[in-house]
Design a binder for this molecule. Structure first.
Ligand code: ADP
Length: 543
């Protein structure tokens, strides 16, 4: 028997339509590439999104067309998210930190019709122009007064909106219509496209709002440092308007002092981003002697939050929410919103819980399997490859049959490439990416655990543990580290700090000091790059 309920399709534009009416005075604060701070409401944003949809139509954008963005977090980028998907086209966010080769590949692969670009990134397009399709239209996201000199044939964003009507007759789309496209960073091989639908995007927004929304209601200020140009800024551009929170968009300035200043002046309560950003912010908090005004909550994900970072925030009374996910999951898979009982635990025990990657969000199922695909128990001990299934997880990759076939197992689950355990209380612990695990004498060592333990030494500002080839043990761990001050600690001192968490054979054999760690396009430490840099490394015993 079928239920007797209306079958209204889930649609992205309905989120903004709702926010304009239910949270009309909440909205978006943006640090602009023009150099000033811009403020708007969801009510006014909805009107500009209507104008933008008309403008897109005049540019010849048709339902199903891919429209690219190459932009920082800001209100115009937010408008594009809604106008492009709302009219039935596909918003293809491009990560400006990708290599030229990758960018050329994805613009070609996505067959973008138009690209919207922030002034900052115009030089990237100028350099690539000859390799991009000749009919690709370029729109610069500014007004005519701020348009930089360029040899490119460009249109100007504000000119396009000028004079267009504020209302648009949004089409009733099938909820499975494609709405967004985001390519993985492709550390090996070409980037692969995750093609989100209206349905998956709205459900994901509701999933995020359901768990993260607790303290984030109407009028609360939230800072997505996580970019709109990758992984949908963890769903905040969609969950935000549903909840009626204000989004504080940082634009290009993502260093510690800039983030601190913005948070302090805008009274940001909750800030979301990857650990490298929070390292910068913690450095600035130390300099200032106090956290930014009103700061009470930080969401850390994208790579493992080191234990010392979680401790530092929690000691200041700032709640840490350690989340895990990936591009292919829209992206949130688990969250670290802890039940009140965790807050009542002794400090060390509380940090033990927060250092895990949290519990699954509704709409995501987790399983871990051994090498033969057999399910492993969720007992906190068994470790296996993590597979996921759910309402906002890819069923394959855009126009890539080979990668799609490999991605999904016989039971229809997506293989994350992460190695994990799940404890009886439902907490996920990511041990490592399978390609980053260090294999020594047939035993695995988690690079994440090594890094977290080494960072407890005050002489280390940042570090990465990687496996280097060893004739006897196959691989041995070495630490690549950035010193916190002038005096670099010795290897023995570092090993001593780490010793309580590891067997002796698991400790790193060497420490290599560097000025900076190489980062990936998503702001994570690039172990691939480090492994390449150390390809000639001679192990101390073997040298
Ligand atoms: P890429 O960086 O290649 O674009 P994603 O941004 O989709 O890919 O990153 C997904 C991966 O990041 C996960 O598979 C996992 O390895 C890692 N990751 C994300 N969050 C965490 C976390 N909290 N702890 C450990 N690893 C994480």
């Amino acid at each position: 028997m079928q239920g007797m309920m209306m079958n209204r399709p889930l649609s992205i534009i309905s989120i903004l339509d709702y926010a304009a009416e239910a949270h009309p005075d909440s909205g978006i604060v943006s640090v602009r590439t023009e150099g000033d701070t811009h403020r708007t409401t969801y009510r006014d944003t909805y009107k500009r999104v209507g104008k933008l949809a008309h403008a897109l139509e005049k540019l010849g954008v048709k339902p199903g067309d891919r429209v690219a963005t190459l932009a920082w977090n800001g209100y115009r980028h937010f408008e594009l998210y809604y106008a492009i998907s709302g009219m039935g086209a596909v918003c293809h966010t491009i990560n400006p930190r990708l290599s030229a080769e990758q960018m050329i590949y994805i613009v070609g692969h996505a067959e973008d019709k138009v690209i919207f670009v922030d002034t900052t990134f115009l030089p990237i397009l100028e350099a690539l122009r000859d390799h991009l399709p000749a009919d690709l239209r370029i729109v610069v996201m500014t007004d005519r007064d701020h348009l930089p000199d360029t040899k490119l044939d460009v249109l100007v964003y504000e000119d396009l909106l000028d004079g267009e009507p504020e209302t648009y007759d949004w089409p009733d789309l099938d909820e499975n219509t494609a709405a967004g496209l985001c390519y993985t960073s492709g550390t090996t091989g070409n980037p692969k496209g995750a093609l989100y639908s209206h349905r998956s995007t709205v459900l994901h927004a509701l999933m995020v709002a359901a768990v993260m929304g607790g303290a984030l209601g109407q009028g609360v200020n939230v800072l997505p440092v996580v970019p709109l140009f990758h992984v949908n800024a963890w769903g905040l551009p969609y969950a935000g308007p549903i909840l009626g929170i204000n989004l504080v968009m940082p634009g290009p300035a993502l260093d510690g002092p800039s983030v601190y200043k913005l948070m302090d002046s805008e009274n940001v309560y909750s800030a979301w981003g990857v650990p490298t950003v929070w390292m910068g912010l913690l450095g600035e908090i130390e300099k200032q002697g106090k956290p930014p005004k009103g700061f009470g909550d930080v969401v850390i994900g994208g790579s493992a939050a080191p234990r010392t970072m979680i401790e530092a925030f929690e000691k200041m009374g700032i709640n840490v929410n350690h989340a895990w996910g990936m591009t292919e999951m829209s992206p949130i898979g688990t969250h670290g919103v802890s039940p009140p009982a965790v807050d009542d635990l002794p400090f060390d025990k509380k940090i033990d819980v927060k250092a895990k990657q949290g519990r699954r969000v509704f709409g995501v199922d987790l399983k871990i399997v051994d090498d033969d695909g057999n399910r492993q128990p969720h007992d906190g001990k068994a470790i296996g490859e993590l597979f996921v299934r759910g309402n906002a997880i890819v069923s394959g990759y855009y126009k890539n049959e080979e990668a799609s076939a490999k991605a999904i197992d016989a039971e229809g689950w997506f293989g994350t490439g992460d190695v994990a355990s799940i404890d009886p209380d439902g907490y996920l612990t990511i041990q490592d990416r399978s390609k980053d695990l260090i294999k020594s004498g047939g035993e695995w060592i988690s690079s994440i655990d090594l890094e977290s333990a080494a960072l407890a030494h005050p002489g280390i500002a940042n570090c990465a543990a990687i496996g280097v080839a060893h004739p006897k043990w196959d691989e041995r761990p070495v630490l690549v580290a950035v010193a916190a001050g002038e005096d670099k600690p010795s290897l023995d001192e570092i090993r001593e700090t780490m010793a309580e968490h590891f067997a002796k054979w698991q400790l790193p054999d060497d420490v290599i000091w560097v000025d900076d760690l190489p980062l990936t396009a998503t702001g994570k430490v690039s172990k691939l790059n480090l492994r390449q840099q150390l390809s000639d490394y001679k192990h101390p015993e073997v040298a």
